[in-house]
Design a protein around this ligand. Sequence first.
Ligand code: SF4
Ligand code: SF4
Length: 384
Amino acid sequence: MKLSGVMLRLILTIFLVISGSFLSVKTWSDKSEEIKKTSKITVTPGMTVGELINTYSIPEKVILKFFGPEKTALMKQPVSDYISENKNLIENLEQSIALYEENQTKNWFKIPLKFMLWFIFMGSVFYMIKTKILNPRRRILLYVSGVIVFGIILGADPSPMGTIKDAIALYGEKHVVFKPRMIALAVFLFTVFAANKMICAWGCQFGMLQDLIFRINRNNDDKKGILKQYKIPFVVTNSIRILFFTIFTITALIWSYDIISDIDPFKIFKPKFLLVPGIIMLTILLIGSIFIYRPWCHLFCPFGLAGWLVEKISIYKIVVDYDKCTTCLACEKACPSTVMSAILRRDKIIPDCFSCGTCINACNFDAVSFTSAKRTKPEADFFT
Ligand code: SF4
Ligand code: SF4
């Protein structure tokens, strides 16, 4: 009965997300928001500028940049004349086309709107965690709202994960850096720095979906799973994440191949781009989220890894007041992962904390807070 109840809620959630995303993608413009594969330019002997432009459908903006406004007069000139003046002409042309295409695939109305709503949403949740008014019911409502607004309505792009993944993939393929993406990445990392992984916790569309599914399988006071939930040791999850990131980066930079693209779970918010490997990966992750806290974040996400490094210097974070702590360990048991145990004991390595606030609710002695205060160390025998 318990199993069927949890599974029913899981299936309903997935159905609503996929069907809602289908409708949402249709109502937005036809921007693909995918890195476009552009063909390599080959100049054949005697090829003219006009033939080059027509063969590779070079956009007007790029033509103007390279050949100037009097391009009509140059249509019959051999490309080799230009190559002799500009040795890297073809490579530069390919890079300019890649940047142009990248710009064209973006929805420049949706992106600023999404960032504005992100800041309003994250700011509100930040206030609720800080003032300790975020309870389990409100947490669920916030995850549902976050998934609807930032995932179903505003789609898969941009996302914190996408900024890192696409920056590396595009650089690997075309050796170019798309500046707006780097600005977005800097903004995301700043939110991690300001308040412990706030963007992953309360902004990332797929992160919140995993969190919502995990909470579907929790009791009413959000302290333990209805079906058993597991906490995988951080050394295991982080080793897999580092290995995956290393393989992704090497294959992108050396072979120009993006290994995440086909299994990218964010495509649940643009289902028409889902292929068989993506469907298999999504199924594993979504069912896995019932039992394990945020499997994609802990095991694979490149931004999860970068964010984990930055959160070491976050200003606002979970802090324990050892004068109030009675060592009941309620916060550690309620925390969805192993991080509260590490924070409580001030371990050398602190796993990812997703600023969910569950530990704050679990403590009956007001000993856990989300604050800018420095973490102190308990006495050596405090927990014995
Ligand atoms: S770690 Fe999780 S929440 Fe953060 S960007 Fe990756 S998928 Fe999103
Ligand atoms: S320590 Fe655990 S329960 Fe507390 S905010 Fe972080 S992830 Fe949530």
